[in-house]
Design a protein around this ligand. Structure first.
Ligand SMILES: [Cu+2]
Length: 236
């Protein structure tokens, strides 16, 4: 437990390191999610400005000045149509943008140039990374979290599986989390843009040593990746 504390502090720091809002994210997919978040944020700011503006305007302009009853109105059809239609349009716009972003994040590339494929297996209590089409495998233990090396600028297909109970493959810097479930295979393509070492963790409580299910993704240039694949540290 104590040994994993620095990891969790580092995971937290990864989330706090951004100048505004959530971290921008190190993958192509994360950048889209961040862009979507920014749209939501400013849409919320706009709605809040109108709502609070009207509240304060009403408080000041229509404050009680005498005991005389002010003019009484029952309805204002154009206004009612406007305040029903405009929010519906905003919600519809946000829905469409969210749908497009989700489709982009979930799309699995097809084509002649297959992405790097890594079979990720969550187990109590660590992770195993098998590089498809190669003998390379990186497996961790609770005491020695595994480090998977990936190339930058190329889609990496993660095939997510579980050997026992439900886990979740979570890399905060990728703004990405997906469950690994026994009997179900999840697939995702992520393209890491920036070289670096990214911390990951299990994000689904899975038993006693859940907090020790840590891992690292180290993104390097494609040339360096090919070198690593021939002589992986901790590999066969
Ligand atoms: Cu777990």
């Amino acid at each position: 437990m104590v040994t994993s504390l620095p990891w969790h502090i580092a995971l937290l720091a990864a989330g706090l390191g951004s100048p505004f809002g959530p971290p921008q994210g190190a993958t192509l997919q994360a950048r889209q999610i961040h862009a979507l978040w920014t749209v939501f944020f400013f849409a919320a700011v706009g709605v809040a400005a109108v709502v609070y503006g009207l509240i304060f305007w009403s408080i000041v302009k229509y404050r009680k000045r005498s005991d005389e009853l002010p003019p009484q109105f029952r309805e204002n059809v154009p206004l009612e149509i406007a305040y029903t239609t405009i929010p519906l349009l905003i919600v519809a716009g946000l829905f469409i943008l969210t749908y497009r972003t989700e489709v982009f994040v979930d799309q699995v590339a097809t084509g002649a140039d297959p992405p790097v494929t890594i079979r990720v297996t969550g187990f109590q209590w660590s992770w195993r990374f098998q590089y498809e089409g190669t003998p390379v495998q990186v497996a961790g233990t609770p005491d020695r979290p595994p480090e998977a090396v990936v190339p930058t600028g190329r889609p990496i297909r993660f095939i997510l599986e579980s050997a026992d109970v439900m886990h979740a493959f979570w890399i905060p810097s990728f703004l990405f989390k997906r469950d690994t479930m026994p009997g179900i295979t999840n697939q995702v393509d992520l393209t890491v843009q920036d070289p670096g070492t990214y911390l990951g963790s299990c994000a689904e409580f899975c038993g006693l040593d859940h907090t020790r299910m840590l891992f690292r993704i180290r993104a390097v240039s494609p040339a360096e990746y090919e070198r690593w694949l021939r002589h992986p540290e901790g590999g066969p």
